[in-house]
Design a protein around this ligand. Structure first.
Ligand code: ZN
Length: 306
């Protein structure tokens, strides 16, 4: 397994530190979701545990690598939420303490990956802090975080921050074409994906891209008066609503960005606020009337574009 092409700088930096035996005990890989931080953590763990790394990479053949491939390496611990979106609780973090305190079964190094780190609840984060304050020799804790600001400052300050920005299109283009086998309008696609390559790939491999295009055309039609908001609202009912609200948000946000701080109208900002509220209502257990909701949003949109 390899890191992604847009992660070369981060890799070279860490690889250099490994060569000098100066890799920090605690690292936080931070950056937006869908840019491959978790895979990077996995490749890094492989590099640290492999017996005979070749040209800076896990060899793939030694005993350690085979254990890794079978996902049974005793010196690698992944801590993930039990379910996506759920918290990482204190018990797994306590098991980390036991994991760290026993001797490495294989080559002396041990690796812990926590992802996404911000899903640790406060008790879990405090329990982790103990491990970060008194690092066990040979142990590396890799935290993967989409939103480091949601973690206590005490945890962040103990970690070397490794930042993964949204990569430029030029570094994603070849990869995306190769992996998907599709030649698409990549700048449109990356725009929809907010520049995040793995999300772009998901869009390419699903109907989402086409759905999004349809929705954008719908917005255009309402804006120029070719379709009335009520008819447009009806067409919105068939797609997953939270995502469609996101699309509408990003359309308005782009308008605001293009208009600049002075050019944007208060109406636009109010609409963005409203969309945030609508989204949280949709995500909560409340079950709003979708057709009323979309009629309202489409009428707002029409007013905004007049
Ligand atoms: Zn190996």
């Amino acid at each position: 397994m390899m890191y992604y092409p847009w992660q070369r700088n981060q890799w070279q930096m860490l690889d250099g530190l490994i060569e000098m035996d100066r890799l920090p005990h605690a690292m936080m890989l931070c950056g937006p979701a869908y840019i491959g931080k978790q895979q990077f953590a996995s490749v890094l763990a492989g590099r640290l545990l492999c017996e005979k790394p070749q040209a800076g990479f896990a060899c793939g053949n030694c005993k350690q690598c085979l254990l890794l491939a079978a996902k049974t390496h005793p010196d690698l611990l992944w801590l993930l939420p039990e379910e996506e979106g759920k918290a990482i609780r204190i018990d797994p973090i306590r098991s980390l303490g036991q994991f760290v305190s026993k001797t490495a079964l294989q080559r002396g190094r041990k690796v812990v990956v926590i992802s996404p780190a911000e899903s640790m609840n406060l008790n879990a984060a405090n329990a982790l802090l103990k491990n970060l304050e008194e690092p066990a020799p040979g142990t590396h804790v890799i935290l993967v975080s989409h939103e480091p600001s949601r973690l206590p400052a005490t945890v962040r300050s103990r970690c070397r921050m490794i930042t993964f920005p949204v990569p430029p299109l030029s570094e994603v283009e070849n990869w995306l074409t190769q992996v998907s086998g599709k030649k698409e309008n990549l700048s449109e696609l990356m725009d929809y994906a907010g520049g995040r390559p793995l999300l772009a790939l998901q869009l390419l491999e699903s109907d989402l891209l086409e759905n999004r295009r349809t929705f954008e055309r719908l917005l255009d039609d309402v804006a120029v008066g070719a379709m009335n908001p009520i008819a447009a609202a009806e067409k919105c009912l068939s797609s997953p609503s939270v995502m469609t609200v996101d699309w509408l948000y990003s359309r308005v946000a782009t308008q605001v960005r293009n208009a600049g701080a002075m050019g944007a109208s208060p109406l636009q900002f109010r609409f963005l606020d409203k969309l945030v509220q609508v989204k949280s209502r949709l995500l909560s257990s409340a079950n709003p009337n979708a057709s009323l909701l979309w009629e309202e949003l489409m009428m707002d949109w029409q007013r905004l574009t007049r």
